[in-house]
Design a protein around this ligand. Structure first.
Ligand SMILES: *[C@@H]1O[C@H](CO)[C@@H](O)[C@H](O)[C@H]1NC(C)=O
Ligand SMILES: *[C@@H]1O[C@H](CO)[C@@H](O)[C@H](O)[C@H]1NC(C)=O
Length: 299
């Protein structure tokens, strides 16, 4: 039931599209050429003052239960964190991009390829807390923080920009993120987080289970299920609150941090993009991503 979709400039064929009406939605808004003119003008005018200062933060820790030293693992000869950073550098909405880490080995590697590095404490319990600590130590004031996962080395800069822009044009939302089509074979994988949205593109719920659930008990091949991608951005003011809010029942039950936002009644805007998720969680994933890159002639 996708009403509009189009290709956005840049590297891979990234497509932003949105099911349903989509008038106020970023994806649809930049699609229709006729609409684009008016909307773009509005967008530019507003973004000139609203939430215009954006910092990209790549949180990176060395210790990991599943994959020690993961950010430094070489993917076709280049450290994974460098690949993520190089992709993020191409995003046009970021005023600054930093790597936030507690580890000197990671910091040294990142300074080596030219990244700004912020040292954060070892006590950060998750990437969000690390982003917040990094934000506090930056001199400049920012309106938006985008948390760019270091383990998605093939992240398209257009997705980063899309997540930022949708938050810039949605003053009622404090959080934005991205989803892509869920592959049928991932439907029952609890590590693949599903998302359902309302018809204006606001998140209703995230689950490790399949939502919506068809009464036949089977995956409905016709339904456009959505897979959540790890990238997220927050209004800077909200980030403080987000780290301080107590855990909530659904968050704890699903072990999904972002549910805390919805359970407290805050609005989260979601964009839909075309993206093959190739997150690197385990050492085995490295080989998979390398063969995929060879196939696609990416170096
Ligand atoms: C459930 O899925 C089937 C296809 O598997 C589809 O035909 C049907 O419309 C879906 N919804 C309901 C309410 O059964
Ligand atoms: C980060 O981890 C802490 C401890 O597990 C938790 O309380 C908090 O809700 C998590 N999320 C954020 C956004 O800080």
């Amino acid at each position: 039931m996708e009403t509009e979709s189009t290709a956005v400039t840049g590297g891979d064929t990234t497509t932003y599209s949105w099911p349903a009406n989509g008038v106020a939605v970023y994806g649809a808004a930049i699609t229709a050429a006729a609409m684009a003119v008016g909307y773009a003008a509005l967008y530019v005018r507003r973004s000139a003052k609203f939430r215009s200062q954006v910092v990209g933060i790549i949180p990176a820790r060395y210790a990991s239960s599943r994959f020690q030293g993961k950010p430094l693992v070489r993917i076709l000869g280049k450290p994974m964190i460098q690949r993520t950073w190089e992709r993020a550098k191409l995003a046009t909405t970021l005023s600054q991009l930093v790597v936030a880490t507690d580890d000197e080995r990671i910091a040294e590697c990142c300074r080596g390829f030219g990244a700004d590095v912020v040292m954060t404490s070892e006590s950060c319990r998750n990437g969000t807390e690390r982003c917040y600590e990094a934000l506090l130590s930056l001199e400049k004031k920012f309106d938006i923080v985008i948390n760019i996962q270091g383990d998605e080395p093939l992240i398209e800069p257009e997705i980063i920009d899309g997540v930022v822009k949708v938050l810039q044009v949605s003053p009622d939302a404090v959080f934005s993120t991205a989803v892509t089509s869920l592959k049928a074979e991932d439907a029952s994988d609890p590590n693949r987080v599903k998302c359902v949205v309302d018809n204006c593109g606001y998140a209703i719920y995230f689950s490790r289970g399949l939502v919506p659930f068809n009464k036949s008990g089977k995956v409905n091949p016709q339904f456009p299920y959505l897979l959540h991608l790890g990238i997220q951005s927050y209004e800077a003011k909200f980030l403080k609150l987000y780290t301080e809010l107590s855990p909530t029942p659904l968050q704890l039950e699903e072990d999904l941090e972002q549910l805390k936002v919805l359970e407290n009644g805050y609005k989260m805007k979601v964009i839909k993009v075309d993206h093959d998720a190739h997150g690197v969680d385990t050492p085995e994933d490295v080989e998979k991503i390398e063969s995929l890159m060879r196939e696609r002639n990416l170096s």
